[in-house]
Design a protein around this ligand. Structure first.
Ligand code: ADP
Ligand code: MG
Length: 217
């Protein structure tokens, strides 16, 4: 099976000099569930951004679905891989949750009936029904994480990257996000979960990667 995401000898340094990643080789299959762990500042977010194309490798290549990722536009790459940022509210722009989830579907030409059906499905899956008409910024951190994930899953990406989605959540909201990720996994959608939480990583992922000293252990 060809890897959905492949990194070949990827290195990354900031222009000011500091090298973050060194000769990273990594193959990720489409429906796999992988945890990326490592100390603060070890380059986990950098690695995620290199995969979706918000950063470019200093050397080496990234392939998505067998094609050099440079050949995709950023928008096309976003359709292949959904990304949930560490502070998802930076991604929100709509005035209600319903609109936040439905916007990109509408923009892609889905009929209003289908948009509504997909939005309702997502509200149920992510336990957000009661907030359908709420302003996204008024949600708790846990609900914001679920909304960001809902808006991304609604688009049916081939794979998802989540950057520290459990940070700042209380126990109950952690449990809810865990259940939701289990459902995502059961639907056959793979993800890369950047997390500090080893228990969560082992419960939700079949493979755990450790990033340290610029290298994958
Ligand atoms: N915009 C930036 N400019 C320069 N250095 C940065 C920038 N963002 C992050 N860094 C540095 O790059 C390294 C890796 O950061 P990051 O990928 O955010 O680590 P992690 O997500 O594992 O905590 C750190 O040393 C961090 O200070
Ligand atoms: Mg980070």
């Amino acid at each position: 099976m060809t890897a959905y995401i492949k990194l070949e000898q990827v290195s990354f340094s900031w222009p000011q000099g500091g090298q973050v990643l060194r000769d990273i080789n990594l193959s990720i299959e489409k429906n796999s569930t992988i945890a990326l762990m490592g100390p603060n500042g070890s380059g986990k977010t950098t690695l995620g951004k290199l995969i979706i194309g918000l950063l470019k490798p200093s050397s080496g290549r990234v392939f998505i679905s067998g094609t050099d990722a440079e050949e995709y536009s950023l928008a096309a790459r976003g359709r292949l891989i959904g990304y949930v940022f560490q502070n998802p509210e930076g991604q929100f722009f709509a005035s209600t949750i319903t609109e936040e989830i439905g916007f990109a579907l509408k923009y892609r030409g889905m009929s209003p009936d289908k948009v509504q059906q997909r939005v309702e499905e997502m509200l149920t899956l992510f336990e957000l029904e009661e907030y359908a008409d709420t302003f996204p910024f008024n949600l708790s951190q846990g609900e914001k994480q679920r909304l960001a994930l809902a808006a991304i899953i609604a688009l049916r990406p081939g794979f998802i990257i989540l950057d520290e989605p459990f940070t700042g959540l209380d126990w109950l909201r952690k449990q809810r996000l865990q259940e939701v990720l289990q459902r995502v996994r059961n639907e056959g959608v793979g993800y890369l979960l950047i997390s500090h939480d080893r228990d969560m990583a082992s419960r939700l992922c079949s493979r755990v990667l450790q990033l340290e000293g610029g290298e994958l252990q």
